[in-house]
Design a binder for this molecule. Structure first.
Ligand code: SF4
Ligand code: SF4
Length: 132
């Protein structure tokens, strides 16, 4: 994947977007438009089954658990869609890069300066998205 972690845009105004599983039409959206579709609810396991990972020996994301010990938000734990950040009993963070979607969310939400070193996997490695 080739998207760099860039700042996220502003949240959509309340009522202007359709949440997963919703059939509510967005204000101003014509009937039959994508905004009226009912998106199926997909379990975490089913979602993970739609991707492959070509794991590199080099970790493309490195987490400094020592920095994490002073973190007050632990935002990575809830924000990572692949659930790759796990709090440890001593206040640190356990991280595994091998099933990373390369979405950049952890880098954006991280509360600790220098906690996350983020790069893309080397060529030929990383996540592969496929239709199922
Ligand atoms: S948000 Fe950043 S500093 Fe806080 S626990 Fe996660 S990786 Fe560590
Ligand atoms: S880039 Fe995305 S999937 Fe990978 S560790 Fe960060 S939040 Fe999780």
């Amino acid at each position: 994947m080739s998207l760099a972690p860039t700042p996220s845009g502003p949240a959509p105004p309340s009522g202007s977007a359709v949440s997963p599983g919703s059939t509510t039409r967005a204000a101003g959206a014509p009937a039959g438009s994508p905004a009226t579709r009912a998106w199926p609810r997909v379990s975490f396991d089913d979602r993970m089954a739609t991707v492959d990972f070509r794991v590199s020996e080099r970790a493309h994301i490195v987490v400094d658990s020592d920095v994490c010990r002073s973190c007050t938000t632990r935002a990575c734990v809830t924000a990572c869609p692949a659930r790759l950040f796990v709090p440890t009993g001593d206040g640190g963070i356990l991280f595994n890069y091998e099933q990373c979607f390369e979405c950049g969310t952890c880098y954006l939400v991280c509360n600790g300066e220098g906690a996350i070193s983020w790069s893309y996997p080397e060529g030929g490695h990383g996540v592969v998205f496929r239709w199922s």
